[in-house]
Design a binder for this molecule. Structure first.
Ligand code: PXP
Length: 251
């Protein structure tokens, strides 16, 4: 198959994390978003968590008003978040699981168990003109449930694969990568638009970019960390280069 263009969504949550370490207004996630777009980001992602530990309601409103690229609003499936998303009207909403005690989104949504809970959220967001994505484990069961919930998009959780690479567990890493590849192919066959993200760095983004069904990667923590050393602009340009190189090797 001919691979479609691959978009880069830059997640600016951790610019807000840094700001909130001191309070005040700096560094500003909107400034980071504008610079990311200038450097080649196709869209901006931000997660408004229930505890507001990084992105705030005001950040979300400023991002929506201040950027001229798609805004992807990451949110838990709660009534409060639904109201804010419908009022903000981002281009996309990505439904994620959220636990108060977790440091980051630890796994995909339990789309099978939470099927009936998620259904009305997908329906109301869709009717509000927002393109819905479900952040899921790379498995057939999760994809079948996403199809049944009528989500047009899924984002495959790459965290288990990236973690295995990072910890040097290469046998597990190959198994996890194979799950991502199989889920991307299966999901695309079932008519879903396929995104991927969590834990990606230059090397893993290059590799996952070679999967032709994936049309968007959402990347945050690594890019903001790299920006400390090389600047956000260079980190994003390098990421774009890694993704393009990976895409060029797609079958
Ligand atoms: N996609 C989703 C749905 C996420 O929850 C996150 C983390 O906020 C990311 C992508 C980005 O992950 P990372 O910050 O590890 O690049």
């Amino acid at each position: 198959m001919t691979a479609k263009p691959l978009r880069l969504g830059v997640n600016v949550d951790h610019v807000a994390t840094l700001r909130n370490a001191r309070g005040g207004a700096r560094p500003d996630p909107l400034r980071a978003a504008l610079q990311a777009i200038e450097a080649g980001a196709d869209g901006i992602t931000a997660h408004l968590r229930e505890d507001r530990r990084h992105i705030t309601d005001a950040d979300m409103a400023r991002l929506k008003a201040g950027i001229d690229r798609p805004l992807n609003f990451e949110m838990a499936a709660t009534g409060q978040m639904l109201d804010i998303a419908l009022a903000t009207r981002p281009h996309a909403a990505c439904l994620v699981p959220e636990k108060r005690t977790e440091r980051t989104t630890e796994g995909g949504l339990d789309v099978v168990g939470a099927h009936d809970h998620l259904l009305p959220y997908v329906d109301q967001l869709t009717r509000g003109g927002i393109r819905v994505s479900l952040f899921i484990e790379p498995s057939r069961e999760a994809i079948d449930a996403a199809v049944s919930i009528k989500s047009p998009v899924v984002e495959l959780h790459t965290g288990a694969w990236c973690h295995a690479v990072e910890t040097g567990d290469f046998v597990r890493a190959e198994r996890e990568f194979a799950r991502v590849a199989a889920a991307a192919a299966y999901g695309a066959d079932r008519g879903l638009e396929i995104h991927a993200g969590h834990g990606l760095d230059y090397d893993s983004a290059r590799r996952v970019a070679a999967l032709p069904q994936i049309v968007e990667l959402n990347i945050g923590h690594f890019l903001i960390g790299e920006a400390v050393f090389v600047g956000l602009d260079e980190a994003i340009r390098k990421m774009r280069g890694a993704m393009d190189a990976g895409r060029a090797s797609a079958p």
